[in-house]
Design a protein around this ligand. Structure first.
Ligand SMILES: Cc1cc2nc3c(=O)[nH]c(=O)nc-3n(C[C@H](O)[C@H](O)[C@H](O)COP(=O)(O)O)c2cc1C
Length: 311
């Protein structure tokens, strides 16, 4: 998620969830080819398994960018066919690519030619008036024919004009049945359902229809949810929140020494104590102090000191 799931965020989420597959923010193929790829692709080895999400529609550029991703050590390359922003549309990629399945298939084929890791797609169930199950299946079939085996489907259509990216994540109604039907009719494909998942019961229900779920906002805003998923579905022992912060502090100290500002890391931690005594004090203290020039690790410990000991 753009501006959210950077490498600091992913490092933190991995502490909470040993099993989740993590995804980068979308990086455009052009930014990797023309920009500082080594910096943009940087990640921590603890993040594995981690997928690089690419935006783009030029098969040559997408294959070059995929290669850079594989060389850097990513476990999967995912193509963004879901973003509705004007910027992305003016580049002719993101959700509008649902209308050009042959082009997406050409990208997948070109990318698979140069990498050995899986090339996957994240898409919507439709765009604008192309809002039928048949449209979705036609898109999936065309792209699967090029060798893509995994599709993450955000179960709402994208409205390409007149709706902001934010509203495009809540206004078009969720239609899970279309994603379920896709799995029924294409059982050999791996179908991952995304959109609106906030509870364990929802996860359980979706998993009786599809292969996996992808969780976006809930995982970021209430990251402890990931530990609940771990406990229920993988029997992973749950760490204490303080313990997680202690582990995060080691990472933060290392990054501070490399010149990373504290606020870029602590901003991802704000939701950790949601629903716990002291949550507001934690959020407020970090928000008010982490951005100050020269802010160091003591800010994190002071924020921790605002909390009751056994949260
Ligand atoms: C701040 C933000 C940034 C996002 N950036 C991306 C992105 O870069 N690539 C992408 O495929 N989806 C992106 N999304 C969409 C989410 O991946 C997800 O499809 C959407 O939020 C619905 O899932 P959820 O209800 O679990 O959040 C973003 C969502 C948010 C809230």
């Amino acid at each position: 998620m753009m501006d959210w799931t950077d490498r600091h965020c992913r490092y933190f989420l991995r502490l909470l969830s040993p099993h989740a597959r993590l995804y980068t923010e979308m990086l455009t193929a052009a930014s990797l080819i023309h920009g500082d790829a080594a910096r943009l692709l940087q990640f921590n080895k603890e993040e594995h398994p981690v997928a690089l999400q690419l935006g783009g529609c030029d098969p040559g550029m997408m294959s070059r960018a995929s290669r850079l991703g594989e060389l850097q050590g990513y476990d999967e390359i995912n193509i963004n066919v879901g973003c509705p922003s004007d910027r992305v549309q003016s580049g002719q990629f993101g959700a509008c690519l649902m209308g050009q399945p042959e082009l997406v298939a050409a990208c997948v084929a070109a990318m698979r030619d140069v990498v050995t890791i899986p090339v996957t797609i994240k898409t919507r169930i439709g765009i604008d008036d192309h809002d039928s199950y048949e449209f979705l299946r036609h898109f999936i079939d065309a792209v699967a024919a090029a060798g893509c085996e995994t599709f993450i489907v955000h179960a709402r259509k994208a409205i390409l004009e007149g709706l902001s990216p934010k509203d495009n994540r809540s206004v078009p109604r969720l239609d899970y049945s279309r994603v379920y039907r896709l799995k029924q009719e294409r059982p050999d494909l791996t179908i991952v359902l995304n959109g609106g998942i906030t509870t364990i019961d929802q996860v359980r229900e979706h998993l009786s229809h599809v292969d996996a779920v992808m969780i976006g906002r809930q995982a970021y805003q209430d990251p402890w949810f990931l530990t609940e998923i771990e406990q229920v579905f993988h029997a992973t022992p749950v760490p204490g929140r303080h313990e997680v912060i202690e582990q995060m502090a080691v990472y933060i100290e290392h990054e501070l020494a490399q010149g990373v500002a504290l606020k870029h890391m602590t901003r991802h931690l704000l939701g950790l104590f949601n629903g716990q005594p002291g949550a507001r004090l934690w959020r407020r203290y970090l928000s008010e102090n982490a951005h100050r020039p020269g802010a160091g690790i003591d800010v994190l410990y002071s924020a921790l000191g605002k909390l009751p000991k056994v949260a």
